[in-house]
Write a protein that binds this ligand. Sequence first.
Ligand code: UD1
Length: 340
Amino acid sequence: MKILVTGGIGYIGSHTVVELQNKGFEVIIIDNLSNSKIEILDSIEKITKIKPAFEKLDLCKKEKLDEFFKKHKNIDGIIHFAAYKAVGESVENPLKYYQNNLVSLMNILENMKKYKIKNFVFSSSCTVYGQPEKLPVTEKSEIQKANSPYGNTKQISEEIISDFVHSNEELKSIALRYFNPIGAHKSALIGELPIGVPNNLIPFLTQTAIGIRKELKVFGNDYDTTDGSAIRDYIHVVDLAKAHIVALKRMFENKNEKNFEYFNIGTGKGNSVLEVLEAFEEVTKVKVNYKIVERREGDIEKIFADTSFANKVLKWKTKLSLKDALLHSWNWEKNILNLF
Ligand code: UD1
C-alpha cells in the first residue's frame, strides 16, 4: 500500500511516517519545509532503515501538484497534515491561514478525485469544540464558533471534506480531532521543532529546562480547576500517529459506516499546566523556573476527550503515559543540538 503524507516532515507527520513504514506501508512525502527541517528525513531513515520518497512542493501550486500526481501513480491513501497551526499568528494574519490551509486542501481533494485515490485522513483538532459545556467532550458535542482563524480553517476543512465525499460516493474520509499532542519518538531523533519562540506548552517548558528560555510563564491560576491552571488532554505523539494507521485500515477494509467520519483522539484524561510541570520535574529531575502570569487571551479553561468512540470503533487506545511523553520530549530537547 502506498500512502501520500502531506506535511510528513513536520511534528505529527514525521512520527506518522515512522509508524507507517514500521507497518510496511510505502510512503511518499510532500512538504514545503515552511515549518520543518529536511534533516528529519535522515532521522526517519535512521529509525526505520527506510528513506521515504520526498518531494518539496507547495500544495497551493496547482500545476506542480498535478505534475506530482502524474508522476506518482497508484497511491492508495492520503494523510493530510500540511497546514499552518499557530493560533496567534492566524489572528494577526487570517488570510495567510485561509489561503494556505483551505486552498491546499481543495487542491489535494481535486486530485484525489482525478487520480481515483479513495481514502483520505484529515488532521483536525479539538479546537472545533471551543469550551464544551460538558466534559469529557464526545463527538456528539456541538461544534462552536471557532475562536481563531486557525480553528475556523479546521472547521471549514471538515465541512469541505464532508461535502466533497458526499458528492463522490466512492471516496472516503476520516477526520481525527487531536487533543494536545506532546512527546517525541523514544529514539530522540524526531520531535517537535518550533521555529522561533514556541507557542505551545511543552517546547517552551523543555527550552526553559535546558536554558534557552529564562522562565516558563504559566498562563493563569484562577481558572475553575483544582489548582487554578488550565486543563488539557495531553496525548503522546506516537499514540496519535498510530491512530492514523487504524483510520486508514478502517477505510481500506471498507469498515466505515459513513463516507465521512470523525473521531476524538486523546487520552481521556485532563491534566493542569501545574500538574504537567510537576510531572516533568519528577520524571527528569530537572527544576523548571516558572512564573504565574495573566491568562492567555483566547485560551479555554478545560477540555479533555471522551475517547470511547475511537476506542470501540477504531479499536485504538493510547498506550503511553504523560510521564513517558514528558521524558521523551526532554530527551529530544537534549538531542536537538546534536542533530542540527
Ligand atoms: C492550541 C490550539 C489547538 C492547536 C494547538 C497546536 C486552541 C484553543 N488550541 O492548543 O487547536 O492544535 O494549539 O498549536 O486554539 N501554556 C502556558 N504557558 C505557555 C504555553 C502554554 O501556561 O508558555 C498553557 C496554555 O495556557 C494552555 C496549555 O498550556 O492551558 C496548553 O497550551 P498549548 O500547548 O499552547 O496548546 P492549546 O492552546 O491547548
